[in-house]
Design a protein. Structure first.
Length: 124
């Protein structure tokens, strides 16, 4: 039931982001990191990316947050493995610690790169 519950929550959030456009300033609040530092956090643009994907615009979604869009196939694969194992009654394990560390290092690198002159094209 847990994988299906997660899918339902993601579907509901996607519908909410489709209906209430995060491209409008302040429609979903503000990013505290951006407000404090003046720089986008690695997650900035994620809500806009979901909205763009819900409208079928992959290019705009990638422009909003490339890291998020690039991670979707990996997250979907992990979810499918979770569903298969849960359905088969196998023990469900989380991601390996090594995978989590790699994802976090890439996220931090993405966050730093997008505020440099070389990565300005990654800014939301």
């Amino acid at each position: 039931m847990a994988p299906l519950g997660l899918a339902a929550v993601i579907a509901a959030a996607s519908v909410a982001l489709h209906v209430r456009d995060p491209h409008e300033q302040g429609s979903w609040g503000f990013c505290p990191f951006l407000a404090l530092t003046g720089h986008p956090c690695p997650g900035c643009g994620g809500l806009r990316a979901v909205n763009d994907l819900s409208h079928g615009d992959l290019v705009a979604a990638a422009s909003s947050n490339l890291y998020f869009v690039a991670s979707i196939p990996l997250l979907a694969f992990g979810w499918l493995v979770w569903v298969r194992r849960a359905w088969a009654g196998e023990q469900v394990r989380g991601p390996s610690p090594r995978l989590v560390v790699v994802a976090l290092v890439l996220l931090v690198a993405f966050g730093i790169l997008r505020v440099t002159p070389w990565g300005a094209w990654l800014a939301p």
